[in-house]
Design a protein around this ligand. Sequence first.
Ligand SMILES: Nc1ncnc2c1ncn2[C@@H]1O[C@H](COP(=O)(O)OP(=O)(O)OP(=O)(O)O)[C@@H](O)[C@H]1O
Length: 585
Amino acid sequence: MKKLLHLMKPYKWTAVCAVLFTLMNNICVLYLPGVFAKIINKGALMGDMPYVYKMGGLMLLVAVLSGVTYIASAVFASKVTSSFARDLRRAVFVKAQEYSMSDYQKFGSASLITRCTNDITIIQRSFMMILQMLLPAPIMAVVGLVLAFRTNATMGLVMAAIIGITGGIAFSIGSKAIPLFRQLQVKMDNLTRILREIISGVRVIRAFHREKYEEDRFGSSCKDYCDIAIETNKIFAVLLPTLTLLTNLGIICILLFGGVKVSEGMMQIGSIFALIEYLTIILFTVTMAILVFMEIPRAQSCGERLSEVLDLEPEIQDKKNALAQDSAQTPIRAQLEFRNVSFRYANAEEAVLNKISFISKAGETTAIIGGTGSGKSTIANLIPRFFDVDEGEILIDGVDIRNLSQKELRSRIGFIPQKTFLFRGTIASNIRYGKEDASDTEIIQAAKTAQAHTFISSMEKGYDSFVAQGGTNLSGGQKQRIAIARALVRKPEIYVFDDSFSALDYKTDALLRKALRQEIKNKEASLIIVAQRVSSILDADRIIVLDQGEIAGVGTHQELMKSCLAYKQIAVSQLSESQLKKEVV
Ligand SMILES: Nc1ncnc2c1ncn2[C@@H]1O[C@H](COP(=O)(O)OP(=O)(O)OP(=O)(O)O)[C@@H](O)[C@H]1O
């Protein structure tokens, strides 16, 4: 919570202004009943019209002042709360950007979205209500009561009793809503998670005709949320009429006691109106303050959820003395080495990689092949430090990657993930994502190497063609080639292709590999290819065969055909006779 409060610091004076203007507004509001009483007692009842006009003018002036101070308080309060919410959102976003993949898994993406949107909105709204309603309430109640006592001491006591009873009843009813507010947040998380899954999986849902099932699943989650929301609203449904009833009872008490006082000549009739006004204003203020008070635990639980995000120390962090030197200064270039690397996922019982060692040098292609779940993608994900190894070392250009800053490390890598992801924008903007300042020529060159230039040029708007979120308006192969161009445009030292040719036809696959071979020779880069298809890696300098997280064989295609049974089985199942002999494009 400390970090949250710290974010409020820059706006403390704006917050003070908001409270001061609210107080001024309240003073104006409380001043009016007294003037009103005087108009009746000294003006209307005495037939003194000039006094009525004078005090009427004063009343108008105070009413205008009240309006102006209210606007000023609302503007300041909104400035503080909106700025605070903006800063908080930014802080949560920046923090989430620092997370490792395991850190993301701890929260889940749906919960992170709810925290960054809904939770912050609740805090912002509560903060606004605290500034405008809760903080000025005690002063308002005290000043109102003093004015009531000044009007008539006995009536002041009657009013204090009414306010105490009403406040107590309102609090005891309203406090029942507090635990429900907490539950609402959890239900909202659940709802967002399901909605996100349904929207992103819409094609699968339609293909398998599971609309009804998903409708029920979403409906049931909505019902859960709705049930709690109804319970909460039931409490407020009881609370609000109860308060209206208590206010009216209070007014009747004032009329009864006040009527007696007036008939005894102890009080003037105008004062009864003033007392009724004081009571209404104070009860309204106290009621609002109690409602805000009910909201605080909800905001508090949102605050705790946000603090969890802000306080989490990212699993992967740069060392204090992390190297950030330009890769051009290192003596070795484009060399990747795995040295006895073992790794286990945080929530898994067994290691997925055991004692993996290999070296891939500049200009070389190292391919990784193996059965599903053998750990190929895990190897690819360890290179840019999406996860950290448990044992052993990964070295780039002879330096342990944990000694490099993450920025430096990732600037040396061109990563093409297994699941292609494109951003909403144009083809050019997606390729430029790899290098912000890439020129048009660089973009076209990268697209040519990635075998994407031809299909991009055939599109009506070429490189300015629209790409929908996630690249859903492009084919799998087109998306993969744009993702490859995005990595190529960086001109990194090490390319990591995590099964990134799977959606390409054989001809494009072959042309792409040929262009890539040329690319790594020219740029002195090395290529790591995770593949399912043996035909994609026949010409690799080194093929690593993985079997259940362990290296079952290393060598060229021909060497492995002789020495590695696991590889031979994969190759025989995929290649024709002539290909088996060795195919070089
Ligand atoms: N984030 C994760 N958390 C826990 N376990 C994981 C995670 N990602 C992968 N695994 C597990 O690690 C093992 C290796 O997964 P990996 O994705 O590296 O295999 P792969 O060889 O690339 O498979 P495929 O060819 O099917 O993509 C699998 O058993 C998988 O269930």
